[in-house]
Design a protein around this ligand. Structure first.
Ligand code: ADP
Ligand code: ADP
Length: 229
């Protein structure tokens, strides 16, 4: 897995309103760095910049030392998997949704990913046709089931870099704990940026960054941040 580095990153959606004001941190190869802080702090913006939905206005983001502006968007995005808060599914089968982004995947590979994410019951029912459809035409998946589809999709894609953007924030507490455990397993050995609300969910991160108003106001391990109050 690669090392990801944000170096003195500046960014604004609108020129008059700077969002990130000189942000630097590193996610060492295969480790997890978590970002916590109040809503509006700029946490999700970090993920959007790494995926190049937007480009930094000053400073740079590197993957193994290479500025991501020098990498094709296609190869960058192949290397990154995102699990968002609310996974938007296509109005098609669960299997189609898992394979999205990797249409060349075999049925066996899709089934293996579905099994690992515990969503296999839904693709197994595929011959029933419309009953396995998700979205407005058919079966409605719960929030937890949708996140399992997102996890299966990520397992199938198997990218070296992961972004979890409040991936369990929309779930009830029973689902939240189950999906959190699965996300931790998926992140093993991957270079992972975890965006979270609460410090309590990111106990085992290599480093936790506390953001406020576009700046890192505190950083350290979970234990160190707790000790600092
Ligand atoms: P967080 O993830 O910490 O809640 P965000 O990174 O989503 O924060 O947003 C940081 C700031 O940028 C917020 O003030 C938000 O209103 C603003 N912002 C986010 N997206 C846009 C956008 N597309 N255009 C303009 N402002 C935006
Ligand atoms: P919160 O409940 O605090 O809002 P979120 O659910 O928004 O947190 O985001 C935290 C997510 O990141 C959780 O889904 C959790 O599974 C995942 N996560 C937390 N710590 C790690 C870690 N060390 N490695 C991988 N994933 C993690």
């Amino acid at each position: 897995a690669p090392t990801v580095r944000f170096e003195d990153v500046h960014f604004a959606y609108e020129p008059a309103r700077p969002i990130l004001q000189g942000l630097s941190f590193e996610i060492p190869a295969g480790r997890t760095v978590a970002v916590v802080g109040p809503s509006g702090a700029g946490k999700s913006t970090l993920g959007r910049l790494l995926f190049r939905f937007y480009d930094v206005q000053a400073g740079r983001i590197t993957v193994d030392g290479q500025d991501i502006r020098g990498v094709t968007q296609q190869s960058l995005r192949r290397a990154i998997g995102i699990v968002p808060q609310d996974t938007v599914l296509f109005n098609d089968t669960v299997a189609y949704n898992i394979a999205y982004g990797r249409p060349e995947a075999t049925q066996a590979e899709v089934e293996q990913a579905a099994r690992a994410a515990h969503i296999h019951d839904f693709i197994a029912a595929q011959p029933k046709g419309y009953e396995t459809m998700v979205g407005e035409r058919g079966l409605k998946l719960s929030g937890g089931e949708k996140q399992r589809v997102a996890i299966a999709r990520t397992l199938l894609k198997n990218p070296p870099i992961l972004i979890f953007d409040e991936a369990t924030s929309a779930l009830d507490s029973a689902n939240e704990r189950a999906i959190q455990a699965e996300l931790r397993a998926v992140a093993q050995g991957k270079t992972t940026l975890v965006i979270a609300h609460r410090l309590s969910t990111v106990v085992d991160a290599h480093e936790i960054l506390v953001m406020d108003a576009g700046r890192i106001v505190e950083r350290g391990t979970h234990a160190a941040l707790l000790a600092a109050g």
